[in-house]
Design a protein around this ligand. Structure first.
Ligand SMILES: CCCCC/C=C\CCC/C=C/CC(=O)SCCNC(=O)CCNC(=O)[C@H](O)C(C)(C)COP(=O)(O)OP(=O)(O)OC[C@H]1O[C@@H](n2cnc3c(N)ncnc32)[C@H](O)[C@@H]1OP(=O)(O)O
Length: 346
């Protein structure tokens, strides 16, 4: 842990090669979180010493052929880590400088703010894809971060988000919708882009002109009708071109506005230093907010989710122990470890 001049603690996970969460690392995290609270730090930023992995999640070796007592301590320590981090009264942020699967995503979603490095990294809760039901409180961390519907789909599919997807999800109507209609007709002498309102106003003016004979008016309206039907694609394209131009003139970023954000991460950064700076900026937002009021508001906001685990702690532990001790799960763990080993040797 390093505390900067502003009193913000930067906590770096350092368990090579992939910061997998074993008992020792979880205990060290818990002690550090206690220190941050005791020192009355202004806030805490979690990051990783690895250049490519934030955290690979739970250390599978803790669950494979486990010692029963250690396995139980391992799970209770993980619960403690989550209760301390998710329930921390001080501001928390994650500078996610690499992959964050499963438990890595849990750490990130337990924080209040997330900045992830742009690149070929992924983040998400992949448990379902591995044949495991994520415990309620792990699901709750995701549901607390992104909209419920997206959380349900992500959890049930074991979705690992790319950095871009984590920032935004499905495309809405907008720039990409326009692209699906084909290239817009660009401005030119024959077809200057006009808004639909401009076209209708001009036609109306022409038809209402006292100089216009009734039969000429009818001919013109029929021609307009035919034009609207046969040229509808061009008209839509022109309307889109007009809209895009107006947005550009008004400095509105249609690329961003056209996409729905999933918000699993709040911002991206080019490198770790920038990610930490952005996290610091988030924490400094609370400089003028009384810290007691802030902390209590956060805890009240998160109380329901925290209380659920506190009430069901023993049952949750028993469920985990029963699951891990199943021969079928032990077999899956063995296969998964072999697969990871094979992949790392390539
Ligand atoms: C599968 C069944 C699990 C059953 C658990 C039962 C109940 C649990 C309750 C539910 C909670 C689950 C939360 C979890 O966190 S489960 C853990 C899920 N984690 C993962 O699936 C991530 C696996 N790792 C990776 O995908 C990649 O390692 C990576 C993080 C993307 C990084 O890739 P890369 O940089 O290429 O590194 P390598 O893959 O080469 O790995 C290097 C080294 O580290 C070992 N390793 C990786 N992840 C773990 C891990 N989670 N635990 C232990 N060891 C891990 C990997 O085997 C390599 O080892 P060697 O160098 O010795 O070959």
């Amino acid at each position: 842990m390093a505390v900067d001049n502003d009193g913000i603690a930067v906590v770096t996970l350092q368990r090579p090669p992939v910061n997998s969460l074993n008992l020792d690392l979880l205990q060290a995290m818990n002690n550090t979180f206690d220190d941050v609270a005791k020192n009355k730090s202004k806030g805490m930023i979690l990051t990783s010493a690895s250049p490519t992995v934030f955290s690979a999640g739970l250390d599978i070796m803790e669950m494979y052929k486990p010692d029963p007592k250690r396995l139980e301590t391992f799970w209770v320590t993980l619960q403690d880590m989550w209760l301390k981090l998710f329930g921390a009264s001080f501001p928390t942020a994650a500078a996610i400088n690499g992959h964050a699967p499963a438990g890595g995503c849990l750490i990130a979603t337990s924080c209040e703010y997330r900045v992830m490095l742009s690149g070929k990294f992924t983040i998400g809760l992949n448990e379902t894809a591995l044949g495991i039901v994520p415990p309620t409180w792990i699901q709750d961390s995701l549901r607390h971060t992104i909209p419920t519907r997206q959380a349900e789909i992500a959890l049930t599919t074991g979705k690992m988000f790319t950095v871009d997807e984590a920032l935004k999800w499905r495309t809405n109507r907008g720039a990409e919708g326009a692209a699906r209609l084909g290239p817009p007709v660009l401005e030119g002498p024959q077809m200057p882009p006009r808004s639909p309102d401009q076209i209708l106003n001009k036609t109306l003016k022409m038809c209402l002109s006292p100089k216009m004979a009734l039969d000429t008016g009818i001919i013109k309206l029929n021609a307009l009708n035919e034009y609207l039907v046969t040229e509808r694609t061009t008209i839509v394209d022109n309307a889109i071109t007009f809209g895009i131009k107006k947005c550009n003139d008004m400095d509105i970023n249609i690329q961003k506005r056209g996409r729905r954000k999933v918000g699993l991460i709040d911002e991206t950064a080019a490198d770790k230093a920038e990610a930490i700076e952005k996290c610091k900026k988030f924490i400094k937002r609370f400089d003028k907010i009384p810290s007691l009021a802030r902390g209590m508001t956060k805890q009240i906001f998160r109380q329901e989710v925290l209380q659920k685990l506190l009430t069901n702690r023993q049952a949750d532990t028993k469920q985990f122990l029963d699951l891990v001790n199943q021969p079928k799960i032990q077999q899956s763990l063995e296969l998964y470890l072999a697969m990871l080993k094979q992949k790392s040797q390539k």
